[in-house]
Design a binder for this molecule. Structure first.
Ligand code: AMP
Ligand code: ZN
Length: 491
């Protein structure tokens, strides 16, 4: 492990409702499974928020020194319009767009990957698809049938929630009680094959015109949505792994069903920690395609949306998302994006000043070690990005003061500040130094001018050396001549 900071990582576990110290199941290896998108349309910014939140979680846990296997699936079959009824979302889109279902899957998977790349997120180690794991899902169903918690009706297989709940508890994550569900749910209409409205499909019989189906011991059909995550997480991370994540809206029924399936198969809950990200809202309402309340990432990157006054880069949008803790709601607005742009520029400008800071003092007027430890404490407190950013601004204040000469800095601390900024801004928050290419070149140019001026001074060409000094000053670059060396600061 890189340092001792890993020992203090606390994660909020949705299962216990508490922050718990993170101790992985296998010492150095960490398994993370995140429910990925259903690839039937373009991911909106709300979807992106969830995957960006898990990107930081993945990055930070890796930074602490763990070897992480990060699995995020793609749902390409089985996600129906209304839980267990209605058309398959992919098939429906294929019909509307007059494409093969796999063309729909390919088109929106590519779009999703492009957007995730623009957001500079690290791809998962494994990105399994539901259609690529039909055999594993059939195997899971057989095990659930063996355990006695599934029944067959007209070529479909259902999970018997009521029977399961008599021995185990159904609804552990959401805290919903089966009695309440029974009182509030509508009775089944005569066409349903389910025994009870709470039951859910493990395998659905393919009706005559259904396009996506596979052979199974129960005839032609397709798997239920909840099953893929159980089967694929077991395959790649084992029966009990460290972290299972997704958006809050997946707690019920998706994740409660996953827990029930796993418990039916091998008597244990699949994950030690359950993590749920909160929603991105627009006009105070959940960002969602189904209520036509959404913005696509590309609309923001190009400024082509009527709530926006201009375009915002992926870097700015990402920084905006970090302003709220991942378990809090975040509302998207033009003003909030403008404020994030200013904040991010200030932070990056601060970072870009570091190489030129005067560090000729013996003592620094800033407790750098304490500041570094605070940065880790913020992230160790359930990945608290807004508080981490506040810490970074605290240091930017100091950097600006050193730049104008009102605070002192020594060489060792200068190096530590630079390293820590690089770790938190770029490695963990995954931001990009957009100003870097320019400012890197400008600082090289300034250094070049200083060199030419020094040669002029050596040659006693004071006219030229003074002209360079004065012209640089007009551009806000102040030279400082000390002994044989010249340094500069931006004023
Ligand atoms: P879906 O493609 O609908 O299965 O959603 C993919 C992921 O995005 C799931 O983890 C959802 O919980 C998450 N999600 C959907 N809408 C939002 C939102 N408005 N804010 C944050 N996450 C969301
Ligand atoms: Zn899932």
């Amino acid at each position: 492990m890189k340092s001792d900071f890993y020992k203090d990582l606390k994660i909020y576990n949705s299962l216990s409702g508490k922050k718990e110290i993170f101790v992985p199941i296998n010492k150095k290896n960490v398994g993370i499974y995140v429910c990925g998108p259903t690839v039937y349309n373009n991911a909106h910014l709300g979807n992106c928020r969830t995957f960006i939140s898990f990107d930081i979680i993945h990055r930070y846990i890796s930074h602490l020194g763990y070897k992480v296997r990060y699995v995020r699936n793609l749902t390409d079959v089985g996600h129906l319009e209304n839980d267990d009824d209605g058309e398959d979302k992919i098939s429906k889109k294929a019909r509307i767009e007059k494409l093969e279902p796999m063309e729909i899957v390919q088109k929106y998977t590519l779009d999703f990957h492009t957007i995730m790349e623009k957001f500079n997120t690290i791809p998962p180690n494994i990105e399994p698809t539901a259609t690529g794991h039909i055999l594993e899902q059939i195997d899971s169903i057989n095990k659930i049938i063996e355990s006695g918690y599934a029944y067959k009706k007209n070529g479909s297989i259902y999970f018997d929630v009521i029977k399961f709940n008599k021995i185990n508890k159904y609804g552990k994550l959401s805290g919903r009680k089966i009695e309440d569900m029974m009182n509030s749910s509508r009775d089944l209409d005569g066409t349903s094959d389910k025994k009870n409205p709470q039951d859910f499909a493990l395998w659905k019989k393919a009706e005559k015109n259904h396009i996506m189906y596979w052979n199974s011991p129960w005839g032609k059909g397709f798997p239920g949505w909840h099953l893929e995550c159980t089967s694929m997480s077991k395959k790649y991370l084992g029966d009990f792994f460290d972290i299972h994540g997704g958006g809050m809206d997946l707690k019920f029924p998706h994740h409660d069903c996953e827990i029930a399936q796993s418990e039916a198969i091998d008597n244990q809950s699949p994950a030690k920690f359950w993590m749920h990200t909160n929603m991105l809202t627009l006009n105070g309402k959940k960002m969602s395609k189904s209520i036509d309340n959404f913005i696509l990432p590309n609309e923001i990157f190009t400024g082509k949306n009527n709530i926006l006054s201009k375009d915002f880069s992926p870097n700015i949008v990402k920084f905006f998302m970090y302003q709220a803790h991942y378990r809090n709601v975040l509302d998207l607005s033009n003003d909030a994006l403008i404020a994030s742009e200013k904040g991010l520029n200030k932070l990056i400008d601060g970072f870009n000043l570091i190489p030129n800071l005067n560090s000729n003092h013996n003592k620094s007027d800033f407790d750098v070690d304490n500041w570094i430890s605070n940065c880790y404490s913020r992230m160790n407190d359930d990945f608290n990005t807004p508080m981490l950013i506040a810490e970074m601004f605290e240091c930017v204040k100091f950097i600006n003061n050193v730049n104008i000469g009102s605070k002192n800095l020594n060489k060792k601390d200068k190096e530590k500040i630079k390293n820590t900024f690089e770790i938190f801004l770029f490695e963990i928050l995954g931001l990009i130094n957009e100003n870097n290419s320019n400012s890197g070149k400008s600082s090289d140019l300034i250094e070049l001018l200083i060199k030419i001026r020094n040669q002029a001074r050596t040659n006693k060409n004071f006219e030229l050396s003074d002209q360079i000094r004065d012209d640089l000053l007009k551009l806000g670059i102040q030279l400082n001549d000390e002994k044989n060396e010249s340094s500069y600061k931006l004023i």
